[in-house]
Ligand binder design. Structure first.
Ligand SMILES: O=C(CO)[C@@H](O)[C@H](O)COP(=O)(O)O
Ligand SMILES: [Fe+2]
Length: 235
């Protein structure tokens, strides 16, 4: 979909509110948007695909009422992702990011998501080689490279996932590539240099006393690398 030959990706910062105060998720979302976030990354976990449970479509529906215009990227860490497409679309999701490992029929699922008017994201866990996702890249809007084992916030960034990002960026200069897990001020340069442009950051933003400053710095560093990588491509 978005992977043209031109280095045309733009920086977007999407806080994950997983490590925020879940008892007042609406306020946490507002706090993140007020701090300059471009979108919200909502982590849906079913206790089966990952060993943790968060929330489902009902929560998304209520958040949508509080944040009518915000882009919701649903990170679906669930088995049988086909099951929740309709409910998430009805709840107001903008993008449905499923895990390649969770489905037998990625192509059917991509169609199902599109038919419900949502953008399509496809994610891979650290143990899944990037080659597995390549056949689907031109049919999706975003590829998510997990930089931790999915399931929990606050884990250590896996720099050894960067070859996956580099491979995708080299071959798809216009693609939205998202990194998720352990991304903060000490790791953003590594991710952005590799070619990530959609930056999910949980603990580093949510737990900071100054989330605005963290988001600003994440953006500055990512934009610097987008420019630098684009220049290199034209040389
Ligand atoms: O999907 C996940 C974890 O499974 C992430 O979205 C994390 O929740 C991001 O949090 P940090 O690693 O940045 O704290
Ligand atoms: Fe996530």
């Amino acid at each position: 979909m978005s992977s043209s030959g031109v280095y045309s990706c733009s920086c977007k910062i999407g806080p994950s509110i997983l490590n925020g105060d879940l008892s007042c998720l609406g306020d946490e979302c507002k706090r993140m948007m007020d701090a300059g976030a471009d979108y919200l990354h909502l982590d849906v976990m079913d206790g089966h695909f990952v060993p943790n449970i968060t929330f489902g479509a009902t929560m998304v529906k209520w958040l949508r009422k509080k944040q009518p215009g915000v882009f919701f990227d649903l990170h679906m860490m669930v088995s049988e992702p086909e099951k929740w497409v309709d409910e998430m679309a009805d709840a107001g999701a903008n993008q449905y990011t499923f895990h390649l490992e969770a489905t037998e029929n990625p192509r059917d699922l991509i169609k199902q998501i599109r038919n419900r008017g949502m953008k399509v994201g496809i994610g891979i866990k650290p143990g899944t080689p990037v080659e597995k996702v390549l056949p689907y890249v031109s049919d999706v809007d975003m590829v998510l490279i997990m930089t931790v084992e999915p399931g929990f916030g606050g884990q250590k960034f896996m720099a050894d996932m960067m070859p996956k990002v580099k491979h995708l960026r080299r071959n798809h200069p216009g693609l939205d590539i998202e990194v998720d897990g352990g991304v903060g001020l000490s790791t953003i340069a590594t991710a952005a240099e590799a070619g990530a442009n959609m930056i999910v950051s949980g603990s580093a933003v949510v737990k900071s006393p100054d989330p605005k400053s963290v988001i600003t710095q994440l953006r500055e560093i990512t934009e610097k690398w987008i420019k630098q990588n684009a220049q290199q491509q034209t040389q």
